[in-house]
Design a protein around this ligand. Sequence first.
Ligand code: SF4
Ligand code: MG
Length: 333
Amino acid sequence: GTSLLEVRNLKTHFFTKAGVVKAVDGVTFDIKPGETLGIVGESGSGKSMTAMSIMRLIPSPPGKIVGGEIEFEGKNLLSMSEKELKKIRGNEISMIFQDPMTSLNPVFTIKKQMVETILTHQDMTKKEAIDRAVELLDLVGIPDARARLNNYPHEFSGGMRQRVMIAMALSCDPKLLIADEPTTALDVTIQAQILDLLNRLQEEMGMSIMMITHDLGVVAEVCDRVMVMYAGQPVEFTEAATLFDHPKHPYTWGLLNSIPKITKKKEGQKRLEAIPGLPPDLRNLEAGCHFAPRCKHAMDSCYSKNPSYEPCEPDHFVRCLLYEEKEEVLSND
Ligand code: SF4
Ligand code: MG
């Protein structure tokens, strides 16, 4: 079907005294209506900067979107005026973050903040806005919602605060919710509850979700498709089920090996095998595959030839010479 959001060859660079940081360097993906797309990678891989580029919230200077296209419902977000953007940002597209305290104001009650947000987007009386706030808090599972409206952010637990933030993000009935590590700061039980909540809200409201995470466990819980990023570029993109069953990129293999596995043996959890080494310095990228210095499968050609990002199967993109080389061998005989 038609995509809600289409990002093509997006490039967002930061011009610093120490050099040009290619934070996002050729990112292409789309999100369909009602779909949850996961964007996975280590910190610094460009996930958040991709989201900030879509929201047109890149701090400039030093940041700048230097190339590519972003279309939301067929409208080009990159050519919009700030006034036009305001109708989309926090309205048709809203965003939630890891730490709700960064988006909730500690000195005002939840009521004041929610009512203000609702009145910014909707034409209603203050009393109607309060009723709507109660409805939204109910929807996200906050007990005794009408009374809790009078509380300050610090009077909620971490998980409840995240629910309040989700309620605020939903107050404009967005078509796309961008969630940047929304459960990272929470303990495992609360994390599972918030992911359940997002799944349920999506079923009820039909919005699309772009879920940014470093955690493949989160992807398994909520995502339909997933894009894996490394050093500012997508390295693999396919259905979530395919990624878990038939991962193609050596970096994805490493990420999958670092998920804790519960075994039936007495020792319980297997030891995690983290990927050794560090991501490259994005100011001084060398020729060849950016993952080569950490890749167990690197060949000589990986240090000189840039792998292209192509489908290895329909709907399964990968950026790795293992598959290109194979094709060359096949086509040589
Ligand atoms: Fe590893 Fe080479 Fe593939 Fe890069 S291109 S991921 S170094 S095998
Ligand atoms: Mg981030």
